[in-house]
Design a protein around this ligand. Structure first.
Ligand SMILES: [Cu+2]
Length: 170
């Protein structure tokens, strides 16, 4: 918990410094508007089809799924995850181990340039742990993803009971 708070704090500080540097640069180069490089501040990461599992009574965990597409020139790695609905938000993968499906935390998922990774039931997923409230169907769950390039994206995951595939409790 302390770690993820610290990494969010670092990410926010980084964003602040980047935007400050960007703004300062603009002031100096203000007259060269035609030489501005397009797309330098455009996000190279897209989060598509974000959805979350609505909870049934008594459930304290849920999961969110989406496709992460990196259209940038460099690999992107997830550095931190957060959601206001959960005490802890982690990236997990699902693997077979001795004939059992087990989930493992993943801290180094990298999405190569031009690649997309699909988070889906039975594979990578964003685990929402220690839910502060039930997740109602059709509600929108904010998921905040910070990448190692300093990009931080908030995506709204639409909750439903019909997310295909089983998900195990921890
Ligand atoms: Cu999980």
């Amino acid at each position: 918990m302390v770690n993820s708070v610290m990494s969010i704090f670092r990410a926010v500080m980084l964003l602040f410094m980047v935007s400050f540097a960007y703004g300062a640069g603009h002031g100096v180069n203000g007259q060269n508007a035609t030489e501005e490089q397009p797309a330098e501040k455009t996000s190279s990461i897209e989060l598509l089809n974000a959805r979350a599992r609505a909870t049934l009574p008594g459930m304290s965990t849920s999961a969110a799924y989406m496709t992460i597409r990196n259209s940038g020139q460099k690999p992107a790695q997830i550095e931190a995850l957060a959601s206001p609905v959960a005490l802890r938000t982690e990236l997990h993968t699902t693997q077979m181990s001795d004939g059992m499906m087990v989930m493992r935390r993943v801290d180094n998922l990298q999405i190569g340039p031009g690649e997309a990774v699909e988070l889906k039931p039975g594979g990578y997923h964003i685990m929402l742990m220690g839910l502060k409230q039930p997740i109602a169907a059709d509600s929108e769950i904010p998921v905040i993803i910070t990448f190692d390039n300093g990009e931080q994206i908030t995506v709204m995951a639409r909750a439903g009971h019909d997310v295909s595939g089983q998900h195990m409790a921890h």
